[in-house]
Design a protein around this ligand. Structure first.
Ligand code: AMP
Ligand code: MG
Length: 859
């Protein structure tokens, strides 16, 4: 008995029992007569919860974290008619209404936690098995124990029967300490086994509260004060009032108790309806959202339909602009300045040349050119010829370019003599635009003056992005999708005030579409810099004043703060559109502090849905939190936040983003399987498709979407999209490597880098491997995909399932070279100290390699 008392004390103190004080000793008199041994308890809970860690990653909990500002309480009476139906249906099935309510709570929990296997605590009365005479013993007997409900792939009736059985079994164990149940579950002691508690109780009085004086229900006893308290962030109590039911939800702020109440009511209605019809329907199909709520997230907060946006193709918009402002500057690059009319004429001649080479609708033309007039003219020429382009970054290793050319089946590639030297030789047709023969042919050839008719489904470009299966995938974007984005952006980003846009990023990334095309269809100049990166952007911003639009990735913001003096920053631009990665509030505040009259736009969008499909604007003086929302979908775009069953999740609940509408790409070029996996039928719009993004988000109560993270391994490294699995596959293909896994780590906050863990093919051959593997990857992949660090391991750590255990991968140690030389003079000392600071290392030797130590271009 001593032991039991100790355990229960511990349970009450540590695991959020209902009372902060230890139990009165008298309560245990009856317990001494318990007929169930500790071993039996243990066996029962091990059977129920044994694999809870494995299957529910982490625990099938709703993750509610209070912000410390207390709990909110909401009470409601269940609608009388529904209450009656609950009783009738329960009686008919021979279960208690409590069982129906428990199942309702399981369904709600599954919906809000995004899991189909949930665990929650249920409060047990404690007197059922307390032995003879327990009804005469005063004191507290109640106990909280776990209930586990699988909500996926199970019918409503079957699930109800399961809950009934479980609650009956639980009665046998009602005195088992929760600590014992937790032990049996394998969930580590530091983490709670569940975070919500469900309390069904019989009561003849309405639920009390501090502000609600009422009787106690007992003759001669007056209730002075009653208040429920619990250490769990989410508490649901149902008072069975004999006829009706009262529902009380306590939720740790910021969880919304009122919303939770609404979910329970809706689910209860759905559940009862399903049971009345025989209980054959899926439990996961029971709606959690009421009709009005569903309409709000599916339609009300979604992008507007506009016939005007995307009405004309980008080539048509550009042609119209040429007529409006033929002499205005269209492209400026260094000393070169080309007007709209000149740019159009160049594009027309090049289009004629391409046609003569057999290029036409649906053919692909590679573009491997430096930023400048030729690049811009080539994009327009390809479209004039009716074809689509494949952007090829000249910086990429030949092997990767060769893959893209072969995979896309490009007819030919436009390039320069200089770049040509490094391009893969085999079977590709290249045309160097500075080759005198080509220059001659262009001057004397036919030109295509008109723009092909707008066919929305026709291909505009194919852009390659990292593929988790080990090779890049080409996203096939249509003219219709592009026209919608550009048409929308022209209106929203208002370039009418002129000022142009800096072109500093690679054509191989879709963010560049904004700075390239929006100015060209609105009479503004594209100001191109042959060099790229944050330095080039800072330079452009400092020299050219008053840009109308600047496109950047979040990583640029702290760098611009460093590279641009406050005087240069102020007035550098009217609008900063940031996209590609989560945007931190601090960076936005920093920018607006320096450029107060500008607008910052957080633009969200995968390449598969054309650059941007969701935006949130911030102006100086506007409050922004730690993470800036991604806002609302743009015109002719719908975004859905769905659960695994493709049902919309309630406001505040995390789900996966699916994008539907005009901007959805055709798919991945030549990859029908992959396309079918990610471009799926839309359940909300007839005959429409939606793109499954792999991004997690939730709706805020204000109807703004908040980005939460990824559902998979995909990461952004300095703004570039990377599938670590692709890098791992390349690393593993080195003959000296038996196994490789690549992960993105952020051991130093704000510095995310790729780390490769490799197991050598032959034991003991590890010392050279890190540099060998890095060089091997560098020869095959763009710089941002090369792991910063390669760690050699004897074996990869595995989980019990035999999968690589990412959490067990060690933090890479930086090993300085053996021949490490200390700084010899003041200059070397200053330099080494500076490098150490930048790299976040205690010290750096004179001969150390900046990149091997984890350095990269942005650092
Ligand atoms: P990409 O195809 O390179 O444009 O990358 C698309 C991915 O970048 C999205 O699926 C998101 O994971 C991420 N992303 C893009 N824009 C944002 C944003 N504004 N906030 C957070 N993540 C973003
Ligand atoms: Mg993007």
């Amino acid at each position: 008995m001593e032991v039991l008392l100790g355990e229960l004390r511990e349970l009450m103190a540590g695991r959020g029992g209902l009372l902060p004080e230890p139990l009165p000793f008298r309560s245990f008199v009856a317990q001494a007569r318990l007929g169930v041994s500790r071993e039996e308890h243990e066996r029962y809970f091990a059977g129920l919860l044994g694999d809870v860690v494995e299957t529910t990653a982490p625990f099938g909990l709703v993750e509610v974290h209070g912000d410390g500002s207390g709990t909110e309480q909401v009470k409601r009476e269940i609608d009388g008619e529904l209450a009656g139906r609950v009783r009738v249906v329960a009686r008919g099935l021979g279960v208690s209404p409590a069982t129906v309510f428990h199942l309702a709570w399981a369904r709600v929990l599954a919906a809000v936690s995004g899991r189909d296997d949930v665990v929650f605590g249920t409060v047990l009365f404690g007197r059922m098995n307390a032995g003879a005479g327990s009804d005469r013993v005063p004191g507290l007997f109640i106990n909280t124990l776990p209930v586990r409900v699988g909500t996926g792939g199970v019918g409503v009736g079957e699930a109800l029967e399961g809950v009934r059985r479980q609650l009956a079994e639980l009665l046998v164990h009602e005195h088992a300490p929760l600590a014992l149940a937790q032990q049996a579950s394998g969930v580590p002691g530091g983490s709670p086994l569940f975070s919500s508690v469900f309390n069904y109780r019989y009561s003849r009085m309405p639920d009390g509260g501090p502000d609600q004086p009422h009787g106690s229900g007992l003759d001669g006893v007056e209730l002075v004060y009653l208040r429920d308290r619990s250490n769990y962030p989410l508490n649901v109590s149902v008072n069975d009032l004999g006829t009706g039911f009262a529902l009380t939800v306590h939720a740790a702020v910021p969880a919304d108790a009122g919303v939770v109440c609404g979910l329970v009511e809706t689910v209860l209605g759905g559940l009862v309806g399903a049971l009345e019809e025989g209980g054959g329907g899926w439990l996961s199909g029971v709606d959690v959202l009421g009709a009005a709520e569903r309409e709000r997230v599916l339609v009300g907060w979604n992008g507007v339909v506009s016939a005007e946006v995307g009405e004309r193709s980008v080539p048509e918009l550009f042609a119209a602009q040429v007529v409006r402002t033929p002499d205005a500057a269209a492209v400026i690059c260094g000393d070169a300045r080309v007007s709209f009319a000149e740019l159009d004429a160049r594009a027309s001649r090049l289009a004629g040349f391409l046609r003569a080479q057999g290029v036409g609708a649906e053919s692909l033309v590679g573009l491997c050119l430096p930023r400048g007039v030729d690049l811009v003219a080539s994009v327009l020429a390809v479209w004039k010829a009716g074809a689509a382009y494949v952007p090829l970054d000249p910086e990429y290793p030949a092997e990767r370019l060769a893959f893209m050319l072969a995979d896309s089946r490009a007819v030919l590639t436009l390039t320069t003599e200089e770049i040509l030297e490094d391009l893969p030789a085999d079977r590709n047709r290249y045309v160097a635009l500075d080759d005198p023969l080509v220059v001659g042919a262009l001057a004397g050839g036919l030109s295509v003056d008109s723009v092909p008719p707008f066919v929305p489904g026709q291909l505009a470009y194919v852009m390659y992005t990292s593929g988790s299966t080990g090779r890049p995938k080409g996203v096939a974007v249509t003219h219709g999708g592009l026209a919608n984005y550009v048409g929308w952006a022209v209106g929203a980003y208002g370039m009418a005030g002129g000022g142009g846009a800096p072109l500093h990023s690679s054509l191989a990334f879709d963010l560049t579409v904004t700075s390239l095309l929006v100015p060209l269809v609105s009479g503004s100049a594209v100001v191109a810099s042959a060099a790229g990166g944050a330095e080039a952007l800072a330079e452009l911003l400092g020299v050219n004043r008053g840009f109308g639009l600047v496109k950047a990735v979040p990583g640029h913001l702290p760098l611009l703060a460093e590279l641009l003096t406050p005087e240069r920053a102020a007035g550098s631009s009217r609008r900063l559109v940031v996209g590609g990665e989560a945007l931190a509030g601090a960076d936005v505040r920093g920018w607006l502090g320096r450029v107060p009259d500008s607008v910052v736009v957080n633009e969200y969008g995968p390449t598969e849905t054309v650059v941007g499909c969701c935006v949130f604007e911030v102006r100086a003086g506007q409050e922004v939190g730690e993470v800036v929302p991604i806002g609302r979908p743009i015109a002719n775009t719908r975004m859905y936040v769905l659960d695994a069953g493709l049902e919309p999740v309630p406001v505040g609940v995390v789900g996966e983003i699916y994008v539907a509408g005009t901007q959805v790409a055709r798919g991945y070029r030549g990859r029908p399987g992959l396309t079918a996996e990610r471009f799926v039928a839309c359940p909300f719009e007839p005959a429409a498709r939606m793109y499954r993004t792999g991004d997690l988000a939730r709706w805020g109560a204000d109807g703004q979407l908040v980005y939460v993270g990824r559902a998979d391994e995909q990461v952004k490294i300095r703004g570039y999209r990377v599938e670590p699995g692709e890098v791992g596959a390349v690393a593993a293909s080195h003959p000296g490597v038996a196994q490789a896994v690549v992960v993105a780590r952020e051991d130093v906050p704000g510095d995310r880098r790729l780390v490769a863990y490799v197991v050598p093919a032959e034991a003991g051959t590890g010392s050279e491997l890190p540099s060998v593997v890095r060089e091997f990857v560098r020869a095959r992949m763009p710089e941002f995909m090369v792991p910063s660090v390669v760690v050699v391991l004897e074996a990869l750590p595995l989980t019990v399932n035999g999968k690589v255990d990412h959490r067990a991968l060690p933090v890479p140690e930086v090993v300085a070279g053996a021949s490490r030389r200390a700084p010899a003079d003041a200059r070397e000392e200053v330099l080494c100290a500076a490098f150490a600071e930048v790299l976040g290392l205690p010290d750096v030797g004179v001969d150390d390699d900046f990149f091997t130590l984890g350095g990269h271009s942005l650092l």
